[in-house]
Design a protein around this ligand. Structure first.
Ligand SMILES: NC(=O)c1ccc[n+]([C@@H]2O[C@H](COP(=O)([O-])OP(=O)(O)OC[C@H]3O[C@@H](n4cnc5c(N)ncnc54)[C@H](OP(=O)(O)O)[C@@H]3O)[C@@H](O)[C@H]2O)c1
Length: 129
């Protein structure tokens, strides 16, 4: 743990609907948690107060998220890409539209990426210590 009695918790998607709430709740419990947020843009960072504990990064870009992950005790994944309608749907023909994500943005891919990055960071830290 980064501080003796406190858990350092990183919330991804901290600028989103759910992430904002979780990040705020963690900050309110600063006696128990050291909150960190991960957002994608400066705009999202400002939206949640712009504090130094908010990192900017894209979970598809490992290098950009390593600083936020270093030293954490827990990771709350509230990042989500918005599904897009696949081309070819014709309302006149009836049927149902199909939805999907851009390559690399599927929720399971995002989860795997974060998980792998966290393991890599932890492994490199334990090699240093
Ligand atoms: N809202 C609900 O009622 C609810 C209920 C149960 C479960 N959930 C689940 O909770 C998760 C979050 O939902 P939400 O409603 O809070 O979604 P949201 O408001 O769309 O927030 C998602 C956040 O993810 C960020 N994001 C997307 N792609 C990213 C990437 N590649 N790298 C970094 N950040 C990225 C977005 O950042 P930008 O702002 O920069 O685009 C956005 O702030 C989802 O998995 C959802 O299924 C939501």
């Amino acid at each position: 743990m980064a501080e003796s009695n406190k858990s350092t918790v990183l919330v991804t998607g901290a600028g989103g609907r759910t992430g904002q709430i979780v990040y705020k709740k963690l900050k309110e419990r600063s006696d128990q948690y050291t909150a960190r947020g991960l957002v994608r843009t400066q705009e999202s960072k400002e939206k949640i107060g712009g504090a130094d504990d908010v990192w900017i990064g894209d979970i598809r870009d490992e290098e950009s998220i390593v600083p936020a992950i270093q030293g954490i005790d827990a990771l709350i994944i509230l990042t989500s890409a918005v599904p897009k309608m696949k081309p070819g749907f014709d309302l006149a023909k009836g049927g149902r539209p199909e939805f999907g994500f851009d390559d690399g943005a599927y929720p399971e891919q995002n989860f795997e990426k974060l998980y792998e990055t966290q393991i890599e960071v932890e492994t490199s830290q334990s090699n240093i210590e």
